[in-house]
Write a protein that binds this ligand. Structure first.
Ligand code: ADP
Ligand code: MG
Length: 313
């Protein structure tokens, strides 16, 4: 690959929540900084040949903020739009400073301008998701807390939890700013936690109590900015068939039509692998050239066409 040619190509890397907090960890800030080094050292090396956009999840961080809110009932209750904004600031800072340090480690100093953006994502006020909230967030609640919660609660595998709407992302408000920054050579961190959900009210945007799936928001952004390669990074090596059974096997390549059939057949559940598959399919249908789902240690391999699950037309 010649650096000259690839310098014009854009890569979007969507990091799952486990880039910050691995399964089984407490999630201390020291752990989160340490965890970021594995994916971001790869992104630093990739930035020599690619223009880069980074997006990220925020499940554990929003969960922590909601837990504090439950523990402190006399504090001012912050709506989700504010909590998502807070996590974009917190995680944006952590990613930016870690990536900056990783760039400095590169031979000949790989210094690049970096920026993390507070990002809004527009959703439809009439999205059917608002009528039937399904996305569990925050801590497990006691029966008593649930009864007086004042928001929808559902019994999940973990216990009683708050559920919120997860509407489809329509457009990223800052898409032009992001495209301009990327074209100017900035590495841009944006759309954290799927973006701050907003609806249009006349000429203004209004925050709503919802969370947007970060994989679907990343796919939307990838299309709106005209990204070439879209990589979704998670805590498994890619998409498996019969996941979690003795017959599970990693799929290396999956055509969109096969993927959709497996999605309908329940192989890729909503809220975890399902949206990753849908996001890759939407990106490719929108004209993107490559979409891959891979593990945290395999970002460079996935970009090089090795490892992970590539969704193809
Ligand atoms: P992220 O934070 O990266 O978005 P998710 O938890 O949303 O992570 O999605 C990744 C999880 O999806 C994996 O940890 C795995 O437990 C689950 N999963 C469900 N079905 C599958 C499947 N068919 N193949 C791979 N992983 C799957
Ligand atoms: Mg997820």
């Amino acid at each position: 690959m010649s650096a000259g040619r690839d310098a014009a190509r854009t890569l979007l890397v969507a990091l799952g929540g486990n880039a910050l907090v691995r399964k089984g960890q407490t999630g201390t800030i020291a752990e989160q900084f340490e965890n970021l080094r594995l994916p971001l050292s790869q992104v630093a090396r990739l930035s020599r040949d690619w223009r880069i956009i980074l997006t990220h999840g925020n499940g554990p961080q929003v969960g922590e903020l909601l837990l504090r809110q439950e523990c402190c009932p006399h504090s001012v209750r912050l709506p989700l739009e504010i909590l998502v904004a807070q996590t974009q600031g917190q995680i944006g800072y952590m990613m930016e400073s870690t990536l900056d340090a990783e760039l400095m480690q590169l031979e000949a100093g790989g210094q690049k301008p970096l920026v993390s953006l507070i990002s809004y994502v527009v959703v439809d006020a009439d999205d059917p998701a608002f009528a039937a909230p399904t996305k569990p967030i925050g801590p497990v609640l006691s029966e008593e807390q649930a009864a007086s919660a004042g928001y929808p609660v559902r019994r999940t595998a973990k216990g009683l939890r708050r559920v919120v709407a997860s509407p489809r992302p329509l457009t990223i408000v800052e898409k032009r700013e992001i495209a301009t920054l990327v074209a100017d050579g900035f590495i841009v961190i944006c759309c954290g936690g799927g973006g701050i959900p907003v609806v249009r009210e006349g000429r203004r945007f209004c925050g709503v109590d919802a969370v947007i799936d970060k994989d679907l928001a990343s796919a939307r952004l990838a299309q709106e900015v005209g990204v070439d390669v879209f990589v979704i990074v998670t805590d498994v090596a890619g998409a498996y068939l019969d996941y979690g059974t003795p017959a599970e096997r990693l799929v290396e390549r999956l055509r969109i039509d096969e993927a959709m059939e497996h999605l309908r057949g329940g192989q890729f559940p909503p809220g975890s692998m399902g949206p990753k598959i849908e996001a890759c399919a939407e990106f490719l249908r929108g004209g993107g050239s490559r979409a891959v789902i891979c593990g945290m240690d395999a970002i460079e391999d996935a970009v090089a066409g090795r490892g992970g699950t590539e969704i193809v037309r």
